[in-house]
Ligand binder design. Structure first.
Ligand code: ZN
Length: 317
C-alpha cells in the first residue's frame, strides 16, 4: 500500500482523501520524497511484481478516480520535477480510450505543467534522465526530436545536445533545413560510430516499421557503456510485439489491425503506429548489441506521474 503510505508520511499518519498535495508539501516547505523506481529485465519478474501489487494498483486507481473532474479541463496539484516547483497540472479527456466499455483517462499524455509545457510522460522522462542516466552538463546527447518543448527544455541544460526530426521535406540526411531542424532517419543515422554517451527517444520507435534497424543504429552511435533512455507504447501483458502495420512489397503500407495514428507536431494527420511493444522488444534490443535492458517502473501522486503504473525503458550498450 505504497500510495497510502506516501500520503500518510506526508500528512503525519492521518489519511485524508486527495485531491491535491500542494498544501501538504507547502506545509513541509520541501520537494516530495525521491521517486521510487523499480527495474525489471523480463516478463516473469514483472508478472510476479504485478501479482504482489494488485491491491496497491486498485488503491491508485481509486485515488486517480477522485482527481478526475467532469469539466473538459481540470487541474491537479503536484511537484514538477522539471521546474523544481509546485505546479497545477492540466488534464483533459483528449486521447482517452475505452476499457470494458468505459472511457479511461489517458493520464500518460495528460497532466501538462503550464510552465514547462511537459506532460506526465515527458516530465517523468526528465526525472528518469536525472536519476537513472545522470548525464553531466557537458555530456554529448542525441535526442530524436527537435521541435518540441522537451527538446527546448533539455537544450538549456545540456549545451551539447543534438536533436533531429524526420523531415521528409527534401532536406538531406544529416542536413539542416531553413527552420534550423536537422533531418535524420533513425534507420540510417548520419552520426559516426560511438558518437555520444546518451540517446533519448520518446514515443518514436512505434512509428518506424523497421525498428530493429533503428535499434541497431542507436547501438552503433552510442559509446561503449552508453545509455538509451526511451519510451514506447508497451503492453506488459504481451510476450510478443503487436504488429499493427508493416511495409509490404513495392513499399506500400499494409494494415494488419485498425490504423492507429498518434499526434505529431508537424503533421495534422498524425503519425501511423506500426507496432505496440511487448517483452519481445527486450530480446530484440539485446540481439542488436545492447548488453542490458531494463523496464523502469514508477508511479507518484506527488510528482503527477499517474496512470496506475508507468513504464519507460533503459538500454545500455
Ligand atoms: Zn514544469
Amino acid at each position: 500500500m505504497r500510495v497510502i503510505n506516501i500520503v500518510r508520511n506526508l500528512i503525519g499518519g492521518n489519511y485524508r482523501p486527495l485531491p491535491g498535495v500542494d498544501s501538504i508539501l507547502r506545509s513541509r516547505g520541501a520537494a516530495p520524497s525521491p521517486l521510487f523506481i523499480e527495474r525489471f529485465t523480463n516478463q516473469t519478474d514483472f508478472q510476479n511484481h504485478r501479482a504482489q501489487t494488485n491491491e496497491e494498483l486498485a488503491a491508485r486507481r481509486q485515488c486517480e478516480g477522485e482527481l478526475i473532474s467532469s469539466e473538459p479541463q481540470f487541474k491537479t496539484s503536484g511537484f514538477c520535477f522539471a521546474c523544481q516547483r509546485l505546479s497545477k497540472f492540466v488534464s483533459s479527456w483528449a486521447f482517452a480510450y475505452p476499457v470494458h466499455g468505459h472511457l479511461q483517462m489517458n493520464w500518460r499524455e495528460q497532466l501538462l505543467c503550464p510552465n514547462c509545457r511537459l506532460n506526465n510522460r515527458m516530465r517523468a522522462s526528465v526525472h528518469l534522465l536525472a536519476e537513472v542516466v545522470a548525464p553531466t552538463r557537458k555530456s554529448p546527447i542525441y535526442a530524436t526530436e527537435q521541435s518540441t518543448p522537451l527538446y527546448r527544455y533539455l537544450q538549456k541544460r545540456f549545451p551539447r545536445l543534438v536533436g533531429s526530426e524526420y523531415l521528409e521535406d527534401g532536406t538531406g540526411l544529416g542536413q539542416t533545413n531553413s527552420a534550423g531542424l536537422r533531418n535524420e532517419d533513425l534507420t540510417k543515422l548520419s552520426f559516426p560510430d560511438a558518437y555520444c554517451g546518451v540517446i533519448l527517444t520518446f514515443d518514436v520507435m512505434e512509428h518506424i516499421a523497421n525498428y530493429p534497424a533503428a535499434f541497431a543504429e542507436c547501438v552503433r552511435v552510442l559509446k561503449p557503456g552508453g545509455k538509451m533512455l526511451f519510451s514506447v507504447p508497451f503492453d506488459a501483458a504481451l510476450a510478443r510485439n503487436q504488429v499493427r502495420a508493416r511495409i509490404g512489397r513495392e513499399g506500400r503500407i499494409e494494415h494488419l489491425l485498425a490504423p492507429e495514428y498518434h499526434a505529431h507536431p508537424r503533421n495534422p494527420k498524425g503519425s501511423l503506429c506500426f507496432q505496440r511493444f511487448g517483452w519481445e522488444m527486450f530480446e530484440q534490443l539485446r540481439q542488436t548489441g545492447f548488453r542490458n535492458v531494463w523496464a523502469l517502473c514508477y508511479y507518484s501522486l506527488d510528482y503527477g506521474y499517474l496512470g496506475g503504473e508507468q513504464l519507460q525503458f533503459l538500454a545500455e550498450k
